[in-house]
Design a protein around this ligand. Structure first.
Ligand code: YXS
Length: 259
């Protein structure tokens, strides 16, 4: 069974978590399918991806598949674990990945949400990060995802209490970019995706990568600085950049080609 449904609707990539019987737990296979699906979209140059569960799901995802957590004396969130690989595929995807959330989100799935570039939730969405419930040491990159998204003090409250954060607080904390009614969330999220997809895909993808380098950057190494310059040069040397200026001058919508 496809644990991840992969569709392209109106030019937008849509990945649907598809294991409701197990509350869309992030099993090794589901995470591997997510990474593969993003690779397929990348080959097809899909500019924006929406990650969702089934319509009106009560549980968006129950987090890491507990039955597959490595036994004691093994790192449960190792760098090369399928969940971490899927997270890095999202971070490295050359376009925004938007989490569209209905229902409760648990553990590693909350990390998945704050790893996505944007998140849109409805009034049923809640977010819990639960390692302290499992006596499990979270990993450094996961903690950084939370610090970067909500700041240290809110991240500490979430990690120390493991309590679900309700939608309105999640919106105030910045876990959600937008909080919309259940009845409107699909249309809202697709409109957001289409708005982004109408802009220069090259500029959007390079700016996403700059955010990633800078948000992960502590003392930025000379190589990272030069890499940012090279990425930016790719954009300002591009036909899209010329087209963006030309269209503005000619008072018309730009036709970007992604190169
Ligand atoms: O008994 P069956 O075979 O029908 O399976 C049940 C559950 O065992 C299964 N299931 C899971 N299987 C593996 N891993 C999971 N995380 C998981 N969650 C659920 O799905 C079937 C239906 O579950 P059930 O009957 O409990 O559904 P429900 O609707 O009554 O309750 C839904 C939940 C999500 C509230 C409940 O399933 C639950 O509390 N699940 C565990 C949520 C959680 O603590 N997730 C954290 C996983 S650990 C993790 O993500 C990180 C490593 S960390 O700990 O660091 O955050």
């Amino acid at each position: 069974m496809d644990l991840i449904l992969e569709e392209i609707i109106d030019g937008i990539g849509v990945l649907t978590l598809n294991n409701p019987a197990k509350r869309n737990a992030l099993s090794l296979d589901l995470c591997a399918e997510m990474a593969d699906a993003l690779d397929h979209f990348k080959k097809k140059r899909v500019p924006v991806v929406i990650l969702r569960a089934q319509k009106n799901a009560k549980v968006w995802s129950a987090g890491h598949d507990i039955t597959q957590l490595p036994k004691v004396h093994h790192d449960p969130l190792a760098y090369d674990s399928p969940m971490e690989i899927a997270f890095r595929r999202i971070q490295g995807y050359p376009g925004p990945v938007i989490a569209m959330i209905q229902g409760s989100v648990w553990g590693g799935a909350t990390d998945l949400t704050v790893t996505c570039d944007l998140a849109v939730g409805d009034e049923t969405s809640t977010f819990a990060i639960t390692p302290v419930k499992m006596g499990l040491p979270y990993n450094a990159s996961g903690i950084m995802h939370f610090i970067n998204r909500v700041g240290s003090n809110i991240a500490k409250e979430m990690f120390f209490t493991a309590e679900p954060v309700k939608a309105i607080r999640a919106y105030h904390f910045g876990i959600l970019n937008n909080l919309v009614k259940s009845s409107e969330i699909e249309e809202f999220t697709f409109d957001l995706a289409r708005k982004i997809a109408a802009n220069s895909p090259l500029a959007v993808s390079v700016i996403k990568e700059q955010f990633r380098i800078l948000s992960e950057a502590h003392p930025i190494s000379p190589e990272s600085f030069e890499r940012i310059q090279a990425l930016r040069r790719k954009v300002y040397n591009s036909g899209d950049y010329k087209e963006g200026i030309k269209a503005f001058m000619e008072k018309r919508k730009p036709q970007f080609k992604g190169k």
